[in-house]
Design a protein around this ligand. Structure first.
Ligand code: BTN
Length: 241
């Protein structure tokens, strides 16, 4: 694998995007810190030292109807890697990885062109590996955790990244070769969201109800208050309490 390491970047997703067309599939861009780390829905992603901030360039040869599927696949890979490290990680739809209800990883998937042919996919993964929670801004700190905080010691990030990339490759191969329903089953097994009461905000509506499943396209299925089935492909999910 072609791994490019930088001490500081604006955003690994931006650098990956810049080099995507001339780079082979599987190229990884890693930065120790990011000045403008980006989260989903235009949010800022605080990328302080000790974390794992990386982007992977993918070039799926199969036509890609939507990126939600790849995001689910990445969530499975990160969750499996954390579990192999002894951490009880679960996936919150669409792509947050949580431990004890706190965020340990976020995933930001971007494509070269949503319409027509997709040339490449940038899979951005941020993992709070050896981050000290005190270094986070207070609003982020309250809902976050890190690997070192969970296991009480600093991990070897190189070894962790190696097993993460291995797991991502395995999952990506399965995604390309197996039925997507197999991936859905695995995702549901690792899910923190299915069965919970949720509130999902999309650009044009707010859906409240119980999360009951995932469709063939990677959309979440919610039974709303009128017991009507709603399928949501992308949105911001909160748990109701
Ligand atoms: C989210 O949960 O909102 C997604 C966060 C994604 C963060 C990662 S860190 C590496 C890559 N580069 C970025 O600027 N963002 C992603």
């Amino acid at each position: 694998t072609d791994v490019r390491y930088y001490s500081d970047l604006e955003s690994t997703n931006n650098t990956a995007r810049e080099i995507a067309t001339r780079s082979p599939e599987g190229t990884v861009v890693i930065a120790e810190t990011q000045r403008k780390g980006r989260g989903r829905m235009g949010t800022e992603w605080q990328s302080i030292p000790g974390g794992i901030w990386l982007s992977l360039i993918l070039k799926p040869s199969v036509p890609l109807d939507n990126v939600s599927k790849i995001t689910l696949v990445a969530g499975i890979a990160v969750t499996n890697t954390l579990r192999n490290a002894g951490i009880d990680a679960r996936i919150k739809w669409p792509n947050d990885v949580l431990v004890r209800g706190r965020k340990i990883c976020g995933i930001l998937t971007e494509v070269s062109a949503e319409v027509e042919k997709v040339d490449y996919v940038i899979l951005g993964i941020g993992i709070n590996a050896n981050v000290k929670l005190v270094d986070f801004r207070e609003d982020i700190r309250l809902n976050s955790t890190s690997i070192s905080n969970e296991i009480g010691k600093v991990i070897n990030r190189t070894a962790f990244i190696a097993s993460l990339l291995y797991e991502l490759e395995q999952q990506y191969i399965m995604f390309k070769t197996r039925k997507f329903t197999d991936i859905i089953d695995e995702w549901i097994n690792l899910s923190d969201t299915i069965g919970k009461e949720v509130k999902i905000k999309t650009p044009n509506k707010l859906i409240e109800g119980k999360a009951v499943g995932i469709t063939e396209n990677g959309a979440i299925v919610v039974l709303d208050r009128n017991n009507e089935r709603q399928e949501i492909i992308a949105g911001n999910c909160r748990y109701r309490n």
